[in-house]
Design a protein. Structure first.
Length: 570
């Protein structure tokens, strides 16, 4: 092992979940678990609540909650986890991505409080969303439940495993960047083709007709206002003329008009001047009133003279008013909006008429993008081919530790056209026994075999990833005997570089734990409680004996349990 590898392993060992606290969740009223480095095993009778601990951790790392999880009689529940990180770089990067401060002294505390109507999430006392919790979960914890091994049968997961083993994240990101650009251009070309197929000429004709109709109308907001005003005047010309004549007559032309009255008053005031000096002012004011009356009369007469009630003018105005109404009804309720539509039609028409030029330009860009995509894809494929053989050998070696003495594992890659994940199709193959032909892993029916393959994969990847905590919820299901011993040894081996939490029902696995917790259920005051206990040497021997022979402990089961633990220590 090189010095750099030793340093990395030591960093991984220094990253751990140190404490998990749960309050009022399901059957738990309050408990706090102090986890240790290496393999932490959790055992307990069926129904005691072992998987509840894993469920709490899943909630803390972003899984959606249900209010039914709150303990009966309580209004809220809370979960808190404290991680101690010797190397917090991955976590700090996830925090920086959402503008949160880095961990202080490598300490990360995540809290989640659930009520019947809300959820409050805190990371080092900063409020966060579920998305942030999930992002942190991706770099903190790798969880595997009883059915998670099924994901190993999916080609997407298999490709992820190969790329993780080969440390091809940067190559895959570079390829995806090129492929995304290629896909964008491909989509643009398809949209152009779909438009061609859906009547490009018809759209051009329609837009051209609309543009011509509006432009020929020569409309404007000012013109509309003037047309409507003149139309109103001409339509009421006779009434206007009569009213104007009445006004003019009353001002200046009739026998008893205002002008005549004002003139008589002015003459009288002139005669009063020799008796009343102020009468001169009155005469001047009346003279001004006479001039005003004459001016108003002239203005009224001039305005009336400008109103033409001829049939040709009226027809013109009727047609303009009808045109404005028609355009508004068809296109928009106001003239400014119609003119805005006109600008949009012109831009759209220009775009459609330039489609041939656009198509040629996009096709050239697409061809160049395809070349770049294929080049990046070939680089990725070459590195995958090199990593595939090494991954197959590494998993085969792990499988032999897990009871497949003559088992063989294969990673098959076939070339394909560019896809989102690269230019390769992957298939994991497995031959469990000597003389058997290689079969696709998905064709293997035994869940026990697939679970061991999953453990072998995780054991291999554990040497390459930097996720601090691996959680296994009954990954040893459907195995027993010597195979159970092998599974326990393998978990302990992985625990040499990572912190592990393993829920198990097998004593052979439980004895391999560096730390052993037992989950139990009790009833107090007609309420059920889930409890967890860190076992000392005596209690651990009794728990292993219970797993071997049931609740009734005997000297035989206790002796057997002691031997299992002693052999493990030895």
């Amino acid at each position: 092992m090189s010095l750099s590898e030793a340093v990395e392993i030591e960093k991984m060992r220094g990253n751990m979940l140190s404490r998990l606290t749960i309050r009022n969740l399901a059957l738990v009223d309050s408990l706090s678990i102090e986890f240790q480095r290496g393999l932490n095993v959790i055992t307990g009778e069926t129904g005691a609540g072992k998987s509840l601990l894993i469920g709490a951790l899943r909630l803390l790392l972003g899984e959606r909650a249900d209010k039914s999880m709150i303990r009966t009689g309580e209004t809220s529940c809370g979960i808190e986890a404290m991680f101690e990180l010797a190397d917090a770089s991955a976590v700090n990067a996830a925090l920086a991505a959402v503008d949160l401060p880095p961990c202080e002294d490598g300490l990360l505390i995540i809290r989640r409080t659930l009520t019947e109507s809300s959820s409050r999430n805190l990371v080092n006392d900063s409020p966060v969303t579920l998305t942030v919790l999930k992002a942190l979960g991706d770099v903190l914890v790798d969880m595997h439940g009883p059915y998670d091994h099924q994901s190993l049968l999916k080609t997407e997961a298999q490709m992820d495993i190969l790329d993780a083993f080969g440390e091809l994240g940067l190559n895959r990101a570079e390829y995806r960047k090129k492929y995304k650009r290629f896909q964008t251009l491909e989509k643009q070309l398809n949209e152009l083709s779909n438009l061609d197929n859906s009547g490009l000429e018809e759209q051009i004709d329609l837009l051209s007709w609309r543009i011509k109709e509006v432009q020929d109308a020569k409309i404007s907001e000012e013109d509309e206002e003037e047309i409507l005003q003149e139309h109103e005047q001409v339509a009421n010309a006779q009434n206007i003329l009569e009213l104007a004549q009445t006004a003019v007559g009353g001002l200046t032309e009739e026998e008893y008009s205002a002008f005549e009255g004002l003139s008589a008053a002015r003459r009288a005031c002139s005669q009063l001047e020799k008796y009343i000096p102020d009468a001169a002012n009155w005469s001047e004011e009346l003279e001004g009133a006479l001039r005003t009356a004459q001016e108003i009369s002239g203005v009224i007469q001039g305005a009336v003279d400008d109103i033409s009630a001829g049939p040709e003018r009226m027809q013109f105005l009727d047609e303009r008013v009808a045109l404005y109404r028609s355009l508004k009804r068809k296109y928009a309720p106001t003239v400014p909006e119609i003119l805005e539509q006109l600008d949009e039609w012109k831009a759209r028409l220009k775009d459609l008429q330039s489609r041939d030029d656009q198509r040629a330009e996009i096709e050239a860009e697409r061809a160049a993008a395809l070349v770049e995509t294929e080049q990046a894809g070939q680089v990725l494929s070459n590195k995958r081919q090199k990593a595939a053989g090494k991954l197959a050998d590494a998993i085969t070696a792990e499988l032999r530790d897990l009871g497949f003495e003559h088992g063989l594992f294969e990673v098959q890659l076939l070339e394909c056209d560019p896809t989102a994940s690269g230019m390769d199709e992957i298939e994991f193959g497995f031959a469990p026994n000597a003389g058997e032909s290689m079969r696709a892993l998905r064709a293997i029916a035994s869940s026990g075999e697939i679970s061991r393959v999953m453990l072998a994969v995780k054991a291999v990847l554990a040497r390459h990833d930097r996720i601090p905590l691996l959680v296994f919820d009954e990954i040893d299901a459907n195995v027993g005997g010597e195979i159970a011993n092998a599974v326990g040894e393998k978990l302990a081996q992985v625990g040499g570089t990572h912190q592990l939490i393993a829920i198990t029902h097998l004593p052979q696995v439980a004895v391999c734990g560096r730390t052993h917790f037992a989950v139990s259920k009790s009833v107090r005051d007609e309420r059920t409680f889930t409890n967890i206990t860190l076992l000392d040497e005596t209690a651990r021997t009794e728990e292993i004996a219970r797993m071997l022979g049931g609740k009734d402990l005997t000297n035989v089961t206790l002796q057997h349990a002691g031997e299992l633990l002693a052999n493990r220590k030895g």
